[in-house]
Design a protein around this ligand. Structure first.
Ligand code: CA
Length: 226
């Protein structure tokens, strides 16, 4: 999962980037409204954290422009404590949730998890496929109750596939959602991650659809469906 953070306060921007990276996301940080607007238009984010008070273009305008050009990713806005009217303007512009500064990182992470889940159609913090479980709260996976040890990037790959289970995820889409902008992307390394994941969660769970991408399946019910 890849998150865009638009925040002009350098300390807060750094803290958010660090906390989100630790929580298992690929993160891009934009320090003003114009850059944030541009990134949100040009890169496929799973969610955005958007400060409203921004230089060059304010957050409400950024959000309005994303929405009017059809960018539908969940957006959590950050507002100043005494600016209730900002929240109203933010929701009217298409925000999905908000936090008032100052806030606890844990709350931000919990709200983001909820937004990501809901946008992928999952109601619970634990996403399951057969006996494969992804605990999005703890950032852990298990098979048949046994914990599976994953690297940060393996977790990102599995998390994206779990959130989008039931459909084929093209390799290019996977690449765009697990790396941040500065990462030297090599789509061949995806094959390596998929290979490692197959060894860890079971080879039959991640199918390669030739020329199309990957599909996460429950091997037992897949057999039943023939
Ligand atoms: Ca600000």
């Amino acid at each position: 999962m890849r998150i865009l953070v638009v925040e002009d306060d350098p300390d807060l921007g750094r803290q958010l980037t660090q906390a989100l990276t630790q929580a298992g996301y690929a993160v891009d940080l934009a320090a003003d409204g114009e850059e944030g607007h541009y990134l949100g238009e040009s890169e496929p984010y799973d969610a955005a954290v958007l400060d409203l008070g921004l230089p060059k273009m304010d957050g409400v305008r950024v959000l309005e422009r994303w929405r009017s050009s059809g960018r539908g990713m969940p957006v959590l806005i950050l507002t100043a404590r005494d600016r209730w009217s900002e929240k109203v303007a933010g929701f009217d512009a298409g925000a999905d949730d908000y936090l008032t500064k100052p806030f606890y990182t844990e709350e931000l992470l919990a709200r983001l998890r909820a937004l990501l889940r809901r946008s992928a159609g999952h109601a619970s913090a634990t996403i399951e496929l057969g006996d494969l479980r992804l605990d999005t709260r703890a950032g852990r996976a298990s098979v048949n109750g046994e914990p599976v040890k994953l690297t940060a990037l393996e977790y990102r790959v599995l998390s994206y596939l779990m959130h989008h289970q039931g459909r084929i995820v093209p390799r290019t889409e996977l690449v765009e959602h697990i790396y941040d902008q500065d990462f030297d992307r090599d789509s061949n390394t995806i094959e390596v991650f998929i290979g490692r994941l197959r060894r860890k969660v079971g080879a039959g769970r991640i199918l390669t659809e030739r020329g199309l991408g990957y599909r996460l399946v429950d091997p037992r019910s897949d057999v039943a469906l023939g």
